[in-house]
Design a protein. Structure first.
Length: 298
């Protein structure tokens, strides 16, 4: 693995290598190829980097975090494959290349997404050195809740029902805290359980602060997404610019206005940083990620 002085780039390369080795080509080849196409060679890997950044804040070895980092990226990739389908968001472009159902077929995309979802949980059922059984079960539980009917799937259902409708800001926030925020929060909390320590008052207090941080950046990520959908361009975004507006989806700028959306983004950034006040330099990567999310251009 080529080393980088930039921690985000280092961890991005690390999880890319793990995913590469975890997704071998096997029969039927078209299914394996579709899975690899959906996961590899693109994406910011924010969720995986959050796993490692949380590990740094809690002084957990990267090797102990690898399974959680790979699992969260595979779960995220599955969600994108299914979200892009014609029966969902009907997107043609993802990460600067044709979406999986365009590059392959709709049926293959459904199967690839299904396989990626189950593969994410399969990874987490294998013994993880340095993680006790009780905590490993908790990691599985966190990912299951975040990706299911009380998390990401719930958010997508609200999103589909909101197309062409007028909804309130609290309703929009609920949608995004589930659709986008649930996995981001899971990334942080999964990492916090990558240890053999249980029933720790200090660890529980840290998790509360880390959860507050994750909720703030999860919502900030979507606010910035809504802003970029208007102010950026297709080439920079790697997906169709203006797609949300064209589809009649509610966004922060459309509901509260662009100025208010930018102010909300600033406030969420401040909230995220304030949540980390009790941590020292070991949480600097978490702070950098918060900065990156609000300043990103794609």
């Amino acid at each position: 693995m080529e080393l980088s002085n930039n921690p985000r780039e280092f961890y991005q390369a690390r999880v890319e290598q793990i995913l590469e080795s975890t997704l071998p080509i096997q029969k039927p080849n078209y299914l394996s190829e579709a899975m690899r196409y959906s996961v590899l060679g693109g994406g910011k890997r924010i969720r995986a980097i959050l796993v490692y950044a949380t590990g740094e804040a809690l002084e957990i070895k990267a090797e102990t975090l690898d399974s959680s980092a790979a699992a969260i990226e595979m779960l995220h990739a599955y969600s994108l494959v299914h979200d892009d389908l014609p029966c969902m968001d009907d997107d043609k472009l993802r990460r600067g290349k044709p979406t999986t159902h365009i590059a392959f077929t709709q049926a293959t995309a459904v199967l690839a997404g299904d396989a990626l979802q189950t593969s994410a949980f399969e990874i987490l059922t294998k013994p993880i050195d340095g993680v006790c059984a009780e905590n490993q079960l908790k990691i599985l539980n966190i990912l299951a809740i975040a990706s299911g009917v009380n998390g990401m799937v719930k958010g997508q259902a609200i999103d589909l029902a909101a197309v062409g409708e007028t909804i309130s800001e609290p309703e929009l926030e609920e949608m995004h805290l589930n659709k986008t925020g649930a996995l981001i929060k899971a990334s942080v909390l999964m990492a916090s359980y990558c240890t053999d320590i249980t029933n720790s008052v200090k660890a529980d207090a840290q998790r509360i602060k880390l959860a507050d941080y994750a909720m703030a950046i999860g919502l900030a990520f979507q606010v910035q997404d809504d802003i970029l959908d208007i102010q950026s361009d297709t080439q920079t975004l790697g997906k169709q610019q203006g797609a949300d507006i064209a589809a009649g989806k509610p966004t922060y700028p459309s509901i509260i206005g662009m100025d208010a959306a930018k102010k909300k983004l600033f406030n969420l950034h401040e909230k995220a940083l304030n949540s980390l006040k009790e941590f020292g330099h070991e949480a600097d990567l978490l702070r950098e990620i918060a900065d990156f999310i609000v300043k990103r251009i794609a």
